[in-house]
Design a binder for this molecule. Structure first.
Ligand SMILES: [Fe+2]
Ligand SMILES: [Fe+2]
Length: 172
């Protein structure tokens, strides 16, 4: 399994350079931001789940049910998730988005999936343990690609900030 412990210092520096955590709407309370985060996880999960349900319904010849699941999935993703993402300031400029993406992939690569694999192995769920280890390696690849993309950004990190964002960050 590929881990990136040795590049941790570099990764941390790059994340810091890129802004690290998502830009959050400064005027919202911590509780509201936490709730938005929880809600987005639920909406994203529901969207993918409904797409999978739609596939099963379509394979079984129930096109109407497949469409119902797909339409619902689209609302969860394109309306509910999108509106909550907008309210929470989840999406920012390229460098910051890359920093945020790297932080997530790094955590999954080096901690979350490693812990999950160990626990599954201990519980005797060997296939799931192996799957977690494979996914952990994929996350390591994602991290590495995002890191390279950040280094290779044609414009320096601050060049993509809009005038409004620049004004905002100067007054934070
Ligand atoms: Fe929803
Ligand atoms: Fe990933």
């Amino acid at each position: 399994m590929k881990h990136f412990n040795r590049s941790y210092v570099g990764a941390a520096a790059l994340c810091a350079l890129a802004g690290g955590a998502a830009v959050q709407a400064a005027e919202l309370s911590q509780e509201t931001l936490r709730n938005l985060n929880t809600a987005m996880h639920g909406e994203a999960y529901a969207a993918f789940k409904y797409r999978a349900y739609a596939e099963v319904a379509r394979k079984r010849g129930n096109e109407a049910l497949a469409r119902l699941f797909e339409e619902s999935a689209n609302v969860e993703a394109n309306e509910h998730f999108a509106r909550e993402a907008d309210a929470s300031g989840l999406v920012s400029f390229d460098a910051r988005n890359l920093g945020e993406a790297m932080a997530g992939e790094y955590q999954e690569n080096t901690k979350m999936y490693v812990g999950f694999a160990d626990a599954a192995q201990k519980a005797g769920d060997k296939k799931v343990a192996a799957m977690f280890r494979q996914i952990a390696a994929d996350e390591g690849d994602h991290f590495q690609k995002f890191k390279e993309a950040l280094v290779n950004l044609k414009n320096p990190p601050n060049a993509n900030i809009s005038e409004e964002q620049r004004h905002e960050s100067e007054h934070r």
